[in-house]
Structures are given as structure tokens and as C-alpha cells.
Ligand binder design. Structure first.
Ligand SMILES: NC(=O)c1ccc[n+]([C@@H]2O[C@H](COP(=O)([O-])OP(=O)(O)OC[C@H]3O[C@@H](n4cnc5c(N)ncnc54)[C@H](O)[C@@H]3O)[C@@H](O)[C@H]2O)c1
Length: 451
């Protein structure tokens, strides 16, 4: 089997006939359009003013990206740690209004919508309060910290008809959009199995972040930060490394698996929770007091489609999907896509016939070659792997842009509250299965996870 690496231009213009027999008659066509805006796309009168809640590791990045989008303006920012008020002003402007109370942003009639990047245990309250105050909201992934939180968030969004977009940005990746298109065209035939994995091997990758050195109860509202979780004395390590504990975070499932799940749901065209999940794992590498696993492998049943996902904070491996179908294999990374067609037919005489006595074997071989060998002058079609590899796509900016466009136009978003809920449920099921040491399923009637 040959492998070709094509440039982006060759890849997008390539005809299927040249690419391989199983694509005959189809063209791969161009990558789906980049979702990023034309800088002149928005009239000055049509500006969107957003309030930013949570200006930590992710929030500071979202804030920096959002204010570079045409017609998008940050009106105010909120965080419980004053150091992040300074940071927000450094990013936006020196006189940006800042507060510790997000309700101030929700009460402000000049703010059209919210972008929130707070720890997982605060997602539900911020989303429910925002939509109840009439604000649209972009909330970071995983949408919910528990199945029950997700149910409450869906109810609130539906009751208020506000736009909710969740921040798993794979659904705005052009690479994932191309994979989606190929799968929808039937290029892979019938889907057999989907695999996805990601690994890291360093303290930062395993969330051992250094807390800000000046952090203290004087410049942080530690009591509010803890939300409804049983209160503990001030602990800068919990503030910075909250992902390690289930009271605040959602484990590798909510931190990383959720990206694989959302991307998979988008590419394959699924918008349901898995019917069943079965997980194993453990705290194998980072024995630093955390209570969430650092290795977590999950097998899902999505209405008959097996999906096998693996997260490992002890061995580095690039994020990757292997989407397997009856007509071939599609491998997807953040910056590449590679399709290997498969005919699904025998390429050689069946090796089972080695067990025939000679006369029967010879007769079988003669007939097989008569039926299958290329005739004189006939072109032999070799299946070829078609690969596209580009720079790492920035999917955060297009994801934010989709949200601000939806706020302006009221056009629904792909990763809405229902999609976000379904993706988060897959993560909660992975965690529940790990802790209960048994497979679990989603019970729609009681809206709960059952063993
Ligand atoms: N989409 C992605 O690729 C991506 C990447 C990283 C993080 N995230 C998500 O972003 C969210 C934030 O993660 P992070 O790493 O930025 O966390 P972080 O701890 O660095 O920042 C969170 C900030 O929120 C503030 N905060 C907490 N509760 C608040 C409240 N009630 N009101 C106002 N501010 C409050 C904290 O003081 C802190 O500054 C998480 O849900 C995480 O899963 C998404």
C-alpha cells in the first residue's frame, strides 16, 4: 500500500478517481469554509458587548481572542481573584470595569452576552443565572459538573430561549468538518468502531500548576470560590489545581475526554448520550493527593456503535481519532486527516485453502486467479492513503466567532446546551463507571446514571 502526502491545495482539489478506487466518482472537494470573519464584516452599529466571567488560564485566552474579533467588545470583567482584574485590564484596557460579583455583569443592560471560564463546579450556577437574567452565554466545557447540573442547565436554557454555546472547540475545526463531510458521504461505508486517545507526560500536563505567589484571602474571595462544596481552609493549591479533585473538577474525562467526545459526536453525527459506558483506570502516576484518575480508558456503546477512548497523563501521545468503517480507515488529528480506502474483498486466495488436499487446492487456486487476476492491459488500482496535513488549526477563534454571530443573528449554534449536555453525560458516565467499578447506562426517564 502506497502513502502520499499532499499539500493542502492538492488535497482539497484532488479527484477521488485519482485518489483510490473506493472513492470513484466522488471528489474530496475543498475543506469546508473557514468560519473566521472578514474584518469588515460587521457594521459599527452592530457591535456585541460581552461580559467576561473568570479570567484564569482559559478565560484570559478567550478574552484576548474575543476582543480581536470584528464588532466584538469587552464591556466588563469579573473574577474572585483581584490579580485577574489586573490581568483583564492588561488584556483589554486600563479602565475596564472589573468586579468580584458576576451578578453586576448580569444586571448591566449594556452587556449583551457573557463568556464564562470558571471551574467546573461553578458552571451550572453561572449559566442558570445568566440565562435567567436574559443573557446569552458561552460557557466552557465540560458543560456540567454532574448529570443533575446538566439537566438543570438544559431546562433553564429552554425556559429562557437564550443562546448557550459550550466551549469544546473541535466542533469549529475545519479538519473535523472535513471528516464529518467524508463520513456523511459514505466514504467510510458502514461505521464499525471509533477510537480516540490523548496522552501527556509532564507535571503541567497533569495539572500540577504553580499557584499565583501573591494569592491570599485578602485578594481572593475564597469562600465564594468554593461554591456549595463543603468549605476548607484557604488552599492555593486547590485554587490552581482544582482539576485534581472531584469536588471542583470532572477529572480527565471532563478536562480532555470531553474534547474527544464532542469532536466524535460532531464528525459522526451523534447527538445523544451513550447508551452504556464501562471504564477502568487509576491514579497511577501523579500520587499528589488527587482523587481523580490520571489514567482512564472507557468503552462506550452509542446505539450499537462501539467507541473506545483512552486518556493517559503518564505517557505522552498526540490527540488522535481512528474512525473505522467497512470501506476504510480515517485518522484525524488537530492538524491532519488521512484516509486509507479498503475494498473489503480478498486481495489474495484464501489462506484457509492451505488445509485442502493438493488437487482441491490447485483447482481452487486456478479458479481464484482466473476470476481475480488483472486481465492483459487492465489497469491495476492500488488503494492509496490520502493525507492532508496543515498547520494546527486554531479552532478557538472560529468557535468564539460562531457564538458572537449567533448572539447577533439568533442563528442556532451546533454545540448548544443539548449537545453540550450529551457530551458531558459521556464524561460523567466514564467517571461513574470508574468509581462504581461497573458499567453504567443513561436512564432518560429518571434523567440519571444507572449501574
Ligand atoms: N476549551 C478548552 O480548551 C479549555 C482549556 C482550558 C480550560 N477550559 C475550561 O475553562 C474553565 C476554566 O478553567 P481554567 O483553567 O481557566 O481555570 P482557572 O482556575 O485558571 O480560572 C478560573 C477563574 O475563575 C474564577 N472564578 C471561580 N469562580 C468564580 C465565580 N463564581 N465568579 C467569578 N470568577 C470565578 C477564579 O478566580 C479563576 O480566576 C474550566 O471549565 C475548564 O475546563 C477549557
Amino acid at each position: 500500500m502506497k502513502t502520499h502526502i499532499y499539500s493542502r491545495r492538492e488535497f482539497v482539489g484532488m479527484s477521488a478517481v485519482a485518489a483510490g478506487a473506493s472513492l470513484a466518482g466522488k471528489t474530496l472537494g475543498p475543506l469546508p469554509p473557514n468560519l473566521l470573519p472578514d474584518p469588515k464584516a460587521v457594521a459599527a452599529s452592530d457591535r456585541v458587548r460581552f461580559g467576561m466571567i473568570g479570567i484564569g488560564m482559559q478565560g484570559s485566552g478567550l478574552l484576548s481572542e474575543a476582543i480581536r474579533l470584528p464588532g466584538v467588545e469587552c464591556a466588563a470583567a469579573c473574577d474572585l481573584y483581584d490579580g485577574r482584574h489586573t490581568l483583564a485590564r492588561e488584556i483589554v484596557r486600563a479602565d475596564l470595569p472589573v468586579t468580584r460579583r458576576y451578578q453586576t455583569l448580569l444586571d448591566d443592560k449594556d452587556i449583551d452576552c457573557i463568556v464564562a471560564a470558571v471551574p467546573d463546579h461553578w458552571h451550572k450556577q453561572v449559566v442558570v443565572d445568566a440565562v435567567s437574567a436574559g443573557k446569552d452565554i458561552y460557557c466552557e466545557k465540560p458543560m456540567s459538573h454532574s448529570a443533575a447540573d446538566g439537566v438543570a442547565m438544559v431546562d433553564a436554557a429552554k425556559r429562557t430561549s437564550r443562546i448557550v454555546q459550550i466551549g469544546s472547540q473541535r466542533v469549529s475545526s475545519q479538519i473535523c468538518a472535513k471528516a464529518k463531510e467524508l463520513i456523511a458521504q459514505g466514504t467510510l461505508g458502514e461505521l464499525m468502531l471509533v477510537e480516540g486517545w490523548l496522552g501527556r507526560n509532564d507535571p503541567t500536563g497533569a495539572w500540577e500548576y504553580p499557584p499565583p505567589p501573591d494569592l491570599s484571602p485578602k485578594n481572593l474571595d475564597w469562600d465564594t470560590w468554593q461554591g456549595t462544596v463543603p468549605k476548607r481552609p484557604f488552599d492555593p493549591f486547590i485554587f490552581a489545581r482544582w482539576r485534581c479533585w472531584k469536588e471542583y473538577g470532572t477529572g480527565v474525562a471532563g478536562d480532555l475526554l470531553v474534547h474527544l467526545i464532542s469532536g466524535m459526536m460532531f464528525m459522526v453525527g451523534i447527538n445523544t448520550p451513550p447508551t452504556q459506558a464501562s471504564a477502568v483506570g487509576g491514579i497511577r502516576r501523579w500520587k499528589d493527593g488527587r482523587n481523580m484518575p490520571d489514567v482512564h480508558a472507557v468503552v462506550y456503546d452509542y446505539d450499537g456503535l462501539p467507541v473506545y477512548m483512552r486518556l493517559n497523563l503518564g505517557t505522552e501521545m498526540p490527540e488522535m481519532y481512528r474512525i473505522q468503517g467497512s470501506k476504510g480507515l480515517l485518522e484525524v488529528t488537530g492538524s491532519s486527516l488521512s484516509y486509507t480506502p479498503q475494498s473489503g474483498k480478498d486481495q489474495y486466495p484464501s489462506y484457509y485453502t492451505g488445509s485442502y488436499p493438493r488437487a482441491l487446492r490447485d483447482a481452487y487456486l486456478t479458479k481464484w486467479h482466473q476470476d481475480n487476476d488483472p486481465k492483459m492491459g487492465q489497469q491495476v488500482m492500488m488503494p492509496e492513503t490520502i493525507s492532508f496535513s496543515g498547520p494546527d488549526f486554531d479552532d478557538v477563534r472560529p468557535h468564539l466567532w460562531t457564538y458572537f454571530e449567533a448572539v447577533r443573528t439568533r442563528k442556532p449554534v451546533v454545540e448548544d446546551v443539548v449537545f453540550g449536555h450529551h457530551a458531558a453525560l459521556a464524561c460523567h458516565m466514564a467517571n461513574e463507571s470508574y468509581f462504581r467499578k461497573t458499567s453504567v447506562s443513561w436512564d432518560e426517564a429518571s434523567k440519571s446514571i444507572k449501574s
